[in-house]
Design a protein around this ligand. Structure first.
Ligand code: ADP
Ligand code: ZN
Length: 742
């Protein structure tokens, strides 16, 4: 027998080892093993077993044994890992590594164990009790045996008497062969930090009925596809569909995974699942300690829970009877991992569903172009939910063109138009709440000297991206590398005192709002303010309880939050994202605008939304009409015309290094080697400086390959990037289905 083993070094290579006789029955694909490697030992995972090796069997070494301190990779995940490595051009080791949480893989966290004592020989024990009763020296031993006869087995504490019990009594009884013990896993305490009242399923609306019917058919294997694209307006009852679909899965004795974007994994969301499923639910959020993550993984692996909810990596929850994967907000860009393997959780979910015969629900109010296209091609089943369950009227959305506004008075900030200011004032008078949204943190984006033209910028990063100025902390921070410097009080070049700040952020918006709306209670939420999850909850809680009138924030407040008191949402700079050099800029802007707009009018009163803009834009108009169908037609036409995904597939290859000419030269060499794989359905853009040219002193070059029929060239890219020697000081990152081309 030969075991094919992947070790922990990223060589993208399986090694063959002989399996010693005594391990032949114990080893299976996924087992963690210890293997001789060069002159040392390494831990690895068996990926498969084979009868033969292509190497000379006489030269093969035998593996040392099973690494008992590390859990095995669940067998059903191995095929998924292989697919990830191949499709995303990642090394096998990187792919395998994502299948297990670090806390589990490291072997450092141990399962909590206790010693369970039991009677080894019942009749001997009874005899011992009779013979030694009354012997004061052996009193404790007798007591322990008596209690064990009565209670059966358990931890030592079970058999303690009021007068304490001594460990030596147990030791002596063990030595005498009267009792014995074995190691047992500690039973877990159910995590009930969040108290919830149980909730019952709501009688489904006709739309929900339709969606659930389709899911039943998927679960019974009666449909042409195992994927449902649940395209439902906000408030159309998607979450309720997920809950009832999961209940169906549990009825069939199977398990379910729910993926939500990290930012939406709020206590509010978790509570809805906890209320329906109680302790059948495992919550995998990013703030778990290693110990907690390890325990949750084991609870899932051992079948103690049936549902896992979490962000991207929850996709690898080790259920072995998976029935359903729900991907909520399937369009969300946080589903793409930015490090190798650069997988997209939505796409991997579809693959895992296929491999394990599980259904997949992709839910969104604004589905990605990719998913809509797949639905159109018949790869996914489309289910539309157009009616809002609560029949709330959609908010009234207006576009305010800032170019038509009167020029602001000298010294007055120009962030808010008179229309928006008036609308906020109305809310304040009526005791209602408003949200002001600006997707840029900080006080100002850049700091310039009007006298000499000096512009402050992070010296280590690209010229296109400037510092963000924080006035409260008097610092400039680089949003690319995180570098921080004190803000200069005067121009460092010419000494001019009145340096200026351009491009306002939320901090500026806050101080401006405080000036205009005196007396209003204002809170702010952005990554500068939110140092911990608690900060986040504190501000939200204040706002929810009506202790704040105005909430200012970045995209942190755009998603999923439900505030009945909010009747106005103002988007300060609706066109902000549109100028990004990226074919997804329109899609992201539309999603962002409709999501923020959805925060208005969640209560009884109709909401109002104001989009401020300085550009004419179809995207903003579609968003103002909440016309997703119109937008997606427009966006798909644009992408089709330019041959962008979803009409093609796209692979981005980034080259990085400190020496710019070396990076350029290597990128050119790489491109040349790829050129032989070009065919007429492929476009290759030659390497050029990336839009973000430099981060942390690393120059960045980008080349892209897009088209159809990418299989061969992808394999070539994979081999070039992983198996060919890359010059020292240069790194290559391959991003298949890249979400950003920056
Ligand atoms: P979505 O996830 O599409 O935004 P939700 O599932 O959160 O929608 O539903 C929106 C609101 O409507 C929630 O308050 C939910 O409790 C309620 N709701 C959902 N389905 C029903 C139903 N069948 N009957 C009554 N209320 C419902
Ligand atoms: Zn920087």
């Amino acid at each position: 027998m030969i075991a094919k083993v992947i070790t922990d070094i990223s060589l993208d290579r399986e090694f063959d080892y002989l399996v010693p006789e005594e391990l032949q029955d114990k080893l299976r694909p996924g087992s963690a093993v210890s293997v001789p490697f060069g002159r040392s030992c390494r831990t690895g995972y068996v990926l498969s077993m084979a009868e033969n090796s292509s190497y000379d069997p006489a030269k093969l070494k035998a593996l040392n044994g099973i690494a008992s301190d590390r859990p095995a990779i669940p067998e059903q995940l191995i095929a998924l890992g292989r697919w990830i490595a191949g499709y995303y051009c990642a090394t096998q080791e990187h792919a395998i590594r994502t299948l297990l949480p670090a806390a589990v893989r490291s072997g450092k966290v141990k399962e909590k164990k206790y010693r369970c004592f039991f009677l080894a020989d019942k009749s001997a024990a009874e005899k011992y009790i009779i013979e030694n009763k009354g012997n004061s020296r052996l009193e404790k031993r007798v007591l322990v045996l008596q209690m064990m006869l009565r209670k059966g087995e358990g931890p030592r504490a079970e058999f303690s008497t009021e007068t304490d019990y001594s460990a030596s009594a147990f030791d002596a009884l063990c030595k005498a062969g009267l009792i014995a013990c074995r190691e047992e896993a500690m039973p877990d305490e159910f995590d009930n930090r969040i108290e919830t009242l149980p909730s019952a399923p709501l009688p489904p609306s006709p739309d929900q009925e339709k969606a659930l019917e389709q899911i039943s058919q998927i679960l019974d294997g009666k449909t042409s596809s195992h994927v449902q694209l649940l395209y439902g307006t906000t408030n159309s009852g998607k979450t309720e569909v997920y809950l009832q679909a999961i209940a169906k899965v549990l009825e069939r004795g199977r398990s379910a995974i729910v993926l939500v974007p990290e930012i939406s994994l709020t206590p509010q969301t978790v509570r809805r699942f906890r209320a329906r499923f109680g302790d059948k639910l495992s919550v995998l959020h990013s703030r778990l300690t290693d110990r907690e993550r390890f325990d949750e993984w084991n609870r899932i692996n051992s079948g103690k829970v049936q549902i896992a909810i979490g962000a991207r990596s929850a996709l690898f929850a080790p259920f072995n009877n998976l029935g359903l994967i729900v991907v909520d907000e399937e369009h969300d860009s946080s589903y793409k991992q930015s490090e190798s393997p650069r997988y997209h959780a939505r796409d991997v979910a579809v693959m895992r569903g296929k491999l394990e015969n599980a259904g997949v629900i992709l839910g969104s109010a604004t589905p990605s172009a990719e998913s809509l296209y797949n639905a159109r091609q018949g790869k996914f089943l489309l289910c539309r939910m157009a009616v809002q369950v609560d029949n709330k009227p959609a908010p009234l959305i207006r576009i305010v063109d800032r170019r038509l506004d009167p020029a602001p008075e000298a010294g007055m900030s120009n962030l808010l138009s008179p229309v928006l200011i008036h609308a906020v004032e109305e809310r304040l008078e009526r005791g209602e709440q408003a949200i002001l949204f600006l997707n840029r943190r900080g006080y100002a984006r850049s700091l310039c000297c009007p006298q000499c033209g000096y512009e402050a910028r992070c010296p280590e990063c690209s010229v296109n991206y400037n510092y963000t100025y924080s006035r409260s902390r008097e610092i400039l921070s680089c949003h690319l590398c995180g570098g921080v410097v004190p803000a200069p009080p005067a121009c460092p070049e010419c000494g001019f005192q009145e340096i200026r700040y351009f491009g306002s952020g939320t901090e500026k918006l806050e101080s401006c709002a405080r000036g205009i709306f005196s007396g209003a209670r204002i809170g702010r939420m952005d990554s500068d303010m939110m140092r911990s999850a608690d900060d986040y909850e504190v501000v939200l809680d204040k706002f929810r309880r009506g202790k704040l009138d105005i909430l200012i924030g970045t995209q942190m407040i755009a998603k999923g939050l439900h505030f009945p008191g909010v009747t106005l949402v103002g988007v300060v700079n609706a066109d902000l994202g549109l100028s990004m050099p990226d074919f997804r800029a329109q899609e992201r802007t539309f999603q962002m605008l409709t999501q923020v707009a959805g925060r208005a009018g969640r209560g009884d009163k109709r909401g109002e939304v104001i989009f401020q803009t300085t550009k004419d834009s179809d995207v903003i108009r579609f968003a103002a009409d909440l016309d997703f169908d119109g937008f997606s037609k427009f966006d798909l036409e644009f992408r089709e015309m330019l041959d962008y995904p979803p009409f093609t597939r796209l692979i981005a290859i980034f080259f990085k290094g400190e020496n710019e000419s070396a990076v350029a030269a290597y990128a050119a060499e790489f491109a040349e080697k790829l050129a032989v794989y070009k065919h007429d359905r492929l476009r290759i853009t030659p390497p050029a400086p990336a839009p973000v040219e430099k981060i942390r002193n690393q120059y960045r070059y980008l080349m892209t390959v897009r088209g159809n029929g990418l299989k061969t060239i992808r394999e070539a890219i994979r081999v070039l990037a992983l198996h060919h020697t890359v010059p020292a000081g240069i790194s290559v990152a391959v991003d298949v289905d890249a979400q950003h081309l920056m």
